[in-house]
Write a protein that binds this ligand. Sequence first.
Ligand code: COA
Ligand code: ZN
Length: 318
Amino acid sequence: MSSTAPVPEGRPITVCEVGPRDGFQNEKTFIPTEKKIEIANALFASGLRHMQVTSFVSPRAVPQLADAEDVLAGIDRPDGAWVTALVPNLRGAERAANCALDAVHTVVSASETHNLKNVNRPIDQSLTEFEAVFDRLKTAGIAVEGGIATAFGCPFEGVVPAEQVARIARRYQELGAESVSLGDTTGMATPLTVRAAVRAIRDAAPGLDIHLHFHNTRGVGLACVMTGLAEGVTHYDAAVGGLGGCPFAAGATGNICTEDLVYLLQESGYATGVDLDRLIDAALLAQSVIGRELPGQVIKSGPRLKRHDPELTTTAAG
Ligand code: COA
Ligand code: ZN
């Protein structure tokens, strides 16, 4: 399938759709595999090319994503697609190595308590196991995006120092990661913490590409994107409809919403490659499959220049 989306002019920027992973993992009711595939394909059809499609985690920890291999085998990859999946350990890397993937998103938390909750081991044990994970993926020709969860704060420990995030980023660089992704697991990022983390990583691991992954838990997700843009970061994760959240982090809520992010970026002069109308169609599909109103805003309002019929709008008669 190839996209019919126009490629708008503007500064290039990458929007990575993480709804099929971060979004679906937080849904209690199992979404049938063919519906997951249909939503992923609708998202690709809007022009999105980067997508985190699923996770290779324990099916007991996240039953919703137990169909990872089937989803990956079922999607239609358009030209230029960059398909990733989350991996926490060597078993996950083994599974990933047998699938059509461009990159794996490994995950370790910057806070000890969240790493124990999320992957049942201390941070340093995760980092040690990543040596074998990186080796396995390299053999399979799969790139690695080093994910760092709770990068801007931890719901159990509070403040996460930028130096701790930079230490893990540096380790990822030594292991051979192409990029690091700073995960704002429970929406604790603020413009100041984003700036501090990005600058600390640039000092500790020069040349390492930085991706930003915000949740909108406190309503400042897009403000954090603006800070990232000011710092020169050109890769942002978002979830269709504003789905998302980590089942192993108290108070986790949705990612920043893909339609809202694309709207903001396009109106700020960036070329996302996405057709916003088709993206809204994909969000409406996701909303009907999930079966409840999703938090995104552009899905409700439509694009800025959507015209309304005056005949259908109440007149304030005197
Ligand atoms: N895929 C599938 N099964 C896996 C697996 C993987 N990546 N890793 C471990 N397992 C299985 C083992 O085979 C074992 O199965 P068995 O009991 O039938 O023999 C079982 O899970 C326990 O294995 P163990 O290595 O002891 O894992 P654990 O219980 O310490 O859990 C994780 C560690 C990482 C597997 C688990 O915590 C996890 O999946 N976390 C993911 C959390 C997540 O997705 N968070 C949201 C995204 S940030
Ligand atoms: Zn997330």
